[in-house]
Design a protein around this ligand. Structure first.
Ligand code: CMP
Length: 143
């Protein structure tokens, strides 16, 4: 199977809880290669752009307010079957429904503040990676 890219975002609750290291440790232990990473503050407009597919959902305001409430850490990850494997690692959107041992089950408070984002398709893995990192900032010789 070919290598696939997925975009993870360690959300503001992950940063506030001092869980950056622990979450990246779990990600690397699961076999993902980090290809790009940074810490940034998203403006409300940045968050609205990234999540524009959800603009008509009732939780859009809450989601974009939360994502712009403090620093977050976007990370480009690569692995065979990266999108599906990453979603398995983090668990269901709602931590109450997430399997035992997943990142969201262990650390998230609720559906809105759920520690980490993961792309939902290989195509979005590439598009979302390029939302935060131009291709020149994604390294090909890590790991
Ligand atoms: P994420 O994987 O970042 O993609 C969209 C986000 O919307 C999702 O994680 C949740 O954090 C958030 N979300 C989805 N459903 C709800 C909801 N019912 N209430 C608040 N936030 C939600």
């Amino acid at each position: 199977m070919a290598l696939e890219r997925t975009l993870a975002i360690l959300k503001p609750d992950c940063v506030r809880k001092n869980l950056i290291g622990e979450v990246i440790r779990r990600i690397q232990e699961a076999g993902f290669t980090v290809r790009a990473l940074k810490m940034i503050n998203l403006s409300r407009v940045d968050a609205e752009g990234f999540y524009s597919v959800h603009r008509d959902r009732p939780f859009f305001g809450e989601l974009t307010e939360f994502m712009s409430s403090g620093p977050c850490v976007p990370i480009v990850l690569e692995k065979e079957n990266a999108v599906a494997d990453f979603r398995t690692l983090i668990g269901a959107t709602d931590p109450a429904e997430a399997d035992a041992g997943t990142i969201r089950r262990d650390f998230a408070d609720n559906k809105g503040q759920n520690i980490v984002h993961g792309s939902d398709s290989a195509q979005n893995g590439r598009l979302e990676s390029n939302y935060y990192f131009p291709e020149v900032e994604i390294v090909s010789n890590a790991g």
